[in-house]
Write a protein that binds this ligand. Structure first.
Ligand code: SF4
Length: 341
């Protein structure tokens, strides 16, 4: 298996300059030029506040949402160039697990039918082969075969998420996109499901794109992390390095706000002063300038490009070694808004 932390490892999913808008007359700029890769066998977390565009990015990366612009390659194939039928068959390689295990499983279908469904759509397996595979993946996910003919309503939230994960891995995908897949679960159940994700990665070599607002989840499972703010990735790098030494002021403020995050999962905005700009306006300059204690005139005029230094990317005019080049900026003495509360 390739080394997930090696940037030259085989790229499974390549997303380049992705843009997504909603609405015609009054446009919402949901995703504004996002680029990242997910390598074989790794976990990349996309993190951000509600409205940062992380879920839309994930859906557009699988062409479940049509991007306005940008390129997505899954296993080397440009998804804009594949026909609808082929796109459907390519989905066997990339499956999704959603946030709410209560609404994502059809209550009228048995567990057998639910987990079997992608095998019916994407494979030519016989009924017996499908049954065998369903029992196998349920076993991998800790669900006894005795439950095959029961219905979702008979299971707890954690068990339902195990069933949803079994359905996602039934076609043996290389990539699973988990959209807030543990955020509806109690902490102890959440940890069990995160352990399951890790266990499956070790056994099957699956890569994950984890969409989450929860930095604790990121720290636990992600090899690399991409921090999103208002439709853009502002920082990307190995999780341990980004957490130990954040380069972007927004990342630093998010990490400083962590104790509050664990008390109130929706509380990021209470710990970083101000609100993000309206996503219906395309902001000139840095989108974080209105909340950033380091902002200088340049920040309000020029959108910072993402710059890579030593395998880490950051989109800030003051990033690392660039600080000395920006007159009037003295981040070392300042504290981000809300820091240390
Ligand atoms: Fe703050 Fe300027 Fe960096 Fe934006 S570019 S994060 S406003 S210092």
């Amino acid at each position: 298996m390739s080394d997930p932390q090696n940037p030259r490892a085989a790229a499974l999913l390549e997303v380049e300059d992705l843009h997504v808008t909603f609405g015609r007359k009054h446009k919402t700029y949901a995703v504004n030029g996002v680029s990242f890769t997910v390598n074989a066998g790794e976990t990349l977390a996309l993190v951000g506040e509600s409205g940062s565009g992380k879920s839309t990015t994930a859906r557009a990366a699988l062409h479940l949402e049509t991007p306005d612009r940008g390129r997505v390659r899954l296993m080397g194939r440009d998804l804009a160039e594949v026909r609808t039928r082929e796109l459907r068959s390519m989905r066997r390689h990339a499956q999704m697990v959603f946030q709410d295990p209560y609404s994502s499983l059809d209550p009228s279908m048995t567990i057998m039918r639910i987990v079997e469904e992608p095998l019916r759509v994407h494979t030519a397996m016989s009924r017996d082969e499908r049954r065998e595979r369903v029992v196998e993946v349920l076993g991998l996910c800790g669900v006894p075969a005795a439950h095959l003919h029961r219905f979702p309503g008979e299971f707890s939230g954690g068990q339902r998420q195990r069933i949803a994960i079994a359905r996602a891995i039934a076609t043996n995908p290389e990539l699973v996109v988990a959209d807030e897949a543990v955020s509806a679960l109690d902490v102890s159940i959440r940890n069990q499901i995160l352990n399951l994700f890790e266990d499956l990665q070790r056994k099957l070599g699956i890569a994950y794109l984890f969409i989450t607002h929860d930095l604790g989840v990121v720290e636990q499972v992600a090899h690399r992390v991409a921090i999103m703010y208002l439709g853009r990735i502002v920082e990307l790098g190995p999780t341990a390095e980004v957490f130990a030494e954040p380069r972007h002021p927004y990342t630093r403020a998010l990490l400083d706000a962590r104790p509050d995050l664990t008390r109130d999962v929706g509380g990021v905005r209470q710990t970083i002063q101000g609100d993000p700009p309206d996503p219906t306006d395309l902001v000139q300059g840095c989108a974080f300038a209105g909340r950033c204690p380091y902002a200088v005139d340049l920040c309000r005029e020029v959108t910072p490009a993402s710059i890579e230094i030593d395998g880490r990317e950051s989109a800030c005019h003051l990033d690392g070694r660039l600080v000395a080049e920006v007159p009037g900026a003295e981040p070392s003495g300042a504290e981000p808004s809300g820091a240390g509360r």
